[in-house]
Design a protein around this ligand. Sequence first.
Ligand code: GDP
Length: 334
Amino acid sequence: SLFSASDDKPRILLMGLRRSGKSSIQKLLCSCVFHKMSPNETLFLESTNKISKDDISSSSFVNFQIWDFPGQMDFFDPTFDSEMIFKGTGALIFVTDAQDDYVEALGRLHLTVSRAYKVNPDINFEVFIHKVDGLSDDHKIETQRDILQRANDDLADASLERVHLSFYLTSIYDHSIFESFSKVVQKLIPQLPTLENLLNIFISHSGIEKAFLFDVVSKVYITTDSSPVDRQSYELCCDMIDVVIDFSCIYGLTDAGSGCAYDKESLAIIRLNNTTVLYLKEVTKFLALICILREESFERKAIHEVFEVDTSTQGAVWRPVSSSGSNLSGLKYA
Ligand code: GDP
């Protein structure tokens, strides 16, 4: 089941030259939500000069492990076990610094990809063209074109043109890391089409404009309906998660500090002054459904009557009731 915590989920590797931004990305993704929940734990503060294996699966739906390699990671060192590292890997994210000369990074990317592909041809190769906040829009496009061209040329020269690389423009100063990471994670979820379809059915029967299923800790969205995602909606949802968790931490926990900032009771409605309503509801221990809708639709029918979430069963069951009255109960998306 998609929702069982013990799932053997694929590993995501984060690699790249020293100073490319890996640990900054890692800290952002294993966000402060986690630290807010357990302030005594300092999980990701290790320096990057040895391989560190971080696993936030116990707190997050997204069971990704981040292996942070030193920039000088040496494939020719006999102690470097590429079999072991690449075998169980679902996606390899290679981070390149767009503000720096990337010739060396491209050489390293090529070496890494060809090595990993040999061990495991099923890996998704994802290239984060990172730190693009310092670049003008034209410069961004030009850099992406240039990196894509060179990386693919290198692959073609090595007769590896069947290897597919995906490219993302990222920066830690906006939400692009979360968006890009969401896309990387979504490719690894085999149930994605089913989930997307269920969200499509859900919104088409409820007057909701956009629905996301979020992993609360990483703020990665697992699925959304098939209407296009605009950055502003995504950012609103991320901000809502922050607000809800912060608020729960301040007012929701007992004096002794017990309790959890996110649990079965978690539900929040935020009305914005532009007639938009945001609705967040717990779905599982890790996941939240966040909907964006117009105030009129919200008034027309209280949204909590639109669907009922039964979390008492293993996996959750949504019971959306259509506006025409037909009942879609028993929709199981686990
Ligand atoms: P690592 O060695 O790959 O782990 O790199 P770090 O995460 O330590 O980052 C190296 C430097 O790049 C630090 O000074 C970061 O603040 C900076 N950095 C990381 N991400 C970004 C980004 O998106 N934009 C900019 N401008 N700087 C960044």
